[in-house]
Structure formats: structure tokens, C-alpha cells
Design a protein around this ligand. Structure first.
Ligand SMILES: [Zn+2]
Length: 400
């Protein structure tokens, strides 16, 4: 759900978010595939309904059916879906249509999973809470001053902003995951702990990259909570916190509490931060005070991703410039032929490149041998392959 691309125009809308559960007989969760098939038909039904909703302009005139259809948003993902509309009655009407339609195929709306809420005003929501959760996001609108306020598609000030943030549930879940890993590594080396934590932190942060998680300070909050857990881990191992800090934390770029190994000071193994800045900077502006121009340019061109492993670069990753086509194979030293890779990905690629280069060297050798031998006339004589001079030398005779 990329924020810019698909954020619907939620002008203080109502929404109805529902999880489907099968009615009869096993009572298990409906499979996402079945839900997909079922809900596909539902979408058409809702569009049909949208054409007939009571939706008027300021003067009280009914709007045309195209605008009515456009005014109702139905967003679904597997068995979870959202209905958005400016008018509560339209959402309620939609709920009725959906219930009836689902009953027809043996499904029902689960009341405790269905919420009718207002995206801006908590008093208007059924349960007194504004906004809603969808796909791990919390989507809500907030009142704001006119300078900071969002503008609608006509450029008019709306008086509120929409924020899409990680849902509270997902934030807590993530910290629980980290806690479990840290507990598991009560007595493992720091390297093992970092290696287990990094993919989890990286994955979670990547999922929320395009949300407002950073804007509302959720990423630095996650870092702070993680730090407290690691502080306890370090203290437990060293007996006191000062020793723990000395042993397990280092200073990098003005940040005093980077959880990192000390063995390899030139290239320490560092814990990823949720709130990493470098890649954000570079991909946005194509420059960063700590990055050489060429690398910043490549980073921006690659949209912050390593083409080898397809993952985003994190603040602490060591990056290296690679020749896509190796120079040994005729690749040029031009921007077109350059790319930025993780150091470990670069190592992997170089290994593969070397195989190709070696193969090519070998084949070049045989090629040369073959071409040379090809110039000779060859005959089998008494089961022995023998040559009798050059092919070009037509006058020569093979002995009988
Ligand atoms: Zn990579």
C-alpha cells in the first residue's frame, strides 16, 4: 500500500472494516483464495449499489451516477476489506448489501470484527475511536492548522491531515518478536544476536517505509524500546551497565549507543536502526554529506535497493561500486555499467563473475587451439590421427 499512489481521498469518510468468517460447518477461517473469488463478485454488486445512493451537492441536487460511484471506495485485500464514504448512510446501506450478498453464498459478517468508524471524529464512531486498522496500518485523520493542512484535489485546504502509521497491535507485536530473540540469545555471542535481530528489524521497517511511521516518531520509539531491551541484555552479562556499554555499544557518526561488535572496528557488525536516514536522504535528493557523489547518484538511480539481493540498503550497510559487466569481460568504466551493491552481495557476484571469466579464458584457449589445428589437414592412418601439412597447401599428398 504505497501511500502516495493509492491513498484514497478520505474526506472525513465513514468506513466499515470487516473480516469474513464462514458460517457453516467447520467454522475455520475462510481461505484467502475463496475470499478473493467471493469478494470479486461483491465488488460489482457494490458498484451497482453506489449508482443508486442518496448523494447530493450543496444545493441538494442528486449527483450523477459516475460521481456517486467515484465517491464510494471499496478496498479489499484477501478476506479483509474497507468501505469508505462521506455519508454514514451510504456505508450502512453498503453493509446491508454486503451482508445479504454474503448470506447468499453461506458467509456472514462477523460482528466483533466489523467496525463502523469515522476517520476524523472519534465521537461519531461506534466505539468512540476514530480511524481504522487495515493490513497492519492505522489510518486516521487529524485536525490541523491551515498551513500544515492537506489540500484536496481542487487545491482547497481541508483542515485535517491523513496519517497512515503502523497499527498499535503491529508495533507491540514487533517489540515482542525482538524480545523473544533477545531472550533466546541470553548467552550467545553478540554477533549471533545481531544476525538474528537484523532481518526482523529490516523487514518490519521496510514494510512501513512508505507510511508516516517516521513522521509520528514511531521509528525512533521502536529504536528506543529496542535499546532498553539490549541495555538489559548487556547489563545482565557484565554485571553493571557501564561495563555493558563499554563492551557492546560503540559510537558511530555521533550516535553513542550503536549496538555493534568491536572485533572488526573497520567493519563492525551493527544492529539495524528502524530510524535510518542515509538511504532516505540519498534516494530523495541524490546527495548526502557522507556519501561520494557517484555512490549517491547510483543509490538514487537504484531507488535505494541493492539489485543483487533486492533489499533496501540500510543506514549501516557497507556499499561497494560494482561493474555490472566486469572489466575483464570488456565492461566499461561508465555510469551505465556501474551499480551499488552490499559488500557481501558484491563478494557473491564477484565469485560468479570470476567463474565466467575463467570459463571464458579456458574457452578462448581452446578456441585458439581449434582454429590453429583447423588449418591442418587431418587423416586417420592405422588408427592414428596424423597431419600432413596445411589445408591451403593443396599440392601436398597424404602417403598411402
Ligand atoms: Zn544486497
Amino acid at each position: 500500500m504505497r501511500r502516495k499512489a493509492s491513498r484514497p481521498d478520505l474526506n472525513g469518510s465513514w468506513r466499515d472494516n470487516t473480516l469474513l468468517r464462514p458460517n457453516p460447518p467447520q467454522g475455520g477461517v475462510i481461505s484467502p483464495l475463496l475470499a478473493n473469488i467471493a469478494l470479486h463478485g461483491l465488488e460489482e454488486k457494490i458498484n451497482d449499489f453506489a449508482k443508486r445512493i442518496d448523494y447530493r451537492d450543496n444545493k441538494g441536487n442528486q449527483l450523477g451516477w459516475q460521481r456517486k460511484v467515484k465517491s464510494l471506495n471499496f478496498i479489499r485485500y484477501a478476506d479483509d476489506f474497507v468501505v469508505l464514504h462521506e455519508n454514514k448512510s451510504a456505508v450502512q446501506g453498503c453493509r446491508k448489501i454486503i451482508s445479504e450478498w454474503l448470506l447468499g453464498i453461506g458467509l456472514e459478517l462477523k460482528p466483533e470484527k466489523t467496525r463502523l468508524t469515522h476517520t476524523l471524529n472519534p465521537e461519531l464512531s461506534e466505539d468512540g475511536k476514530a480511524g481504522f486498522d487495515f493490513l497492519g496500518y492505522h489510518i486516521q485523520q487529524y485536525q490541523s492548522g491551515k498551513h500544515k493542512s492537506a489540500r484536496n484535489t481542487h487545491g482547497e485546504i481541508q483542515g485535517f491531515n491523513t496519517l497512515i502509521t503502523p497499527s498499535v497491535g503491529k508495533c507491540n507485536e514487533h517489540q515482542q518478536d525482538l524480545k523473544r530473540i533477545i531472550l533466546k540469545h541470553r548467552s550467545s555471542p553478540q554477533t549471533a544476536l545481531i544476525k538474528d535481530l537484523n532481518p526482523v528489524i529490516g523487514g518490519w521497517t521496510r514494510y512501513y517505509t512508505n507510511s508516516d511511521a517516521k513522521t509520528v516518531g514511531e521509528l525512533s520509539r521502536q529504536d528506543q524500546l529496542t535499546y532498553l531491551k539490549l541495555r538489559r541484555w548487556a547489563k545482565r552479562r557484565c554485571g553493571n551497565i557501564n561495563e555493558g556499554h563499554k563492551k557492546y555499544f560503540i559510537t558511530i557518526g555521533g550516535n553513542n549507543w550503536v549496538f555493534a561488535t568491536k572485533e572488526e572496528l573497520a567493519n563492525p557488525l551493527r544492529l539495524l536502526r528502524h530510524n535510518g536516514d542515509l538511504v532516505y536522504w540519498s534516494t530523495r535528493k541524490g546527495k548526502h554529506p557522507e556519501l561520494p557523489n557517484r555512490m549517491a547518484y547510483l543509490l538514487k538511480r537504484q531507488k535505494g535497493k541493492c539489485p543483487w539481493c533486492k533489499h533496501h540498503f540500510q543506514e549501516w550497510d557497507v556499499m561497494e561500486v560494482d561493474h555490472k559487466k566486469p572489466k575483464a569481460l570488456g565492461g566499461r568504466d561508465e555510469m551505465e555499467n556501474l551499480q551499488l551493491l552490499h559488500r557481501h552481495c558484491h563478494d557473491e557476484k564477484t565469485k560468479k563473475d570470476m567463474e565466467v571469466i575463467r570459463k571464458q579464458d579456458t574457452s578462448r584457449f581452446f578456441d585458439k587451439v581449434n582454429k590453429t589445428l583447423d588449418k591442418y589437414e587431418w587423416r586417420w592412418i592405422n588408427d592414428i590421427l596424423m597431419t600432413w601439412g596445411y589445408k591451403a597447401n593443396k599440392g601436398s599428398e597424404v602417403p598411402q
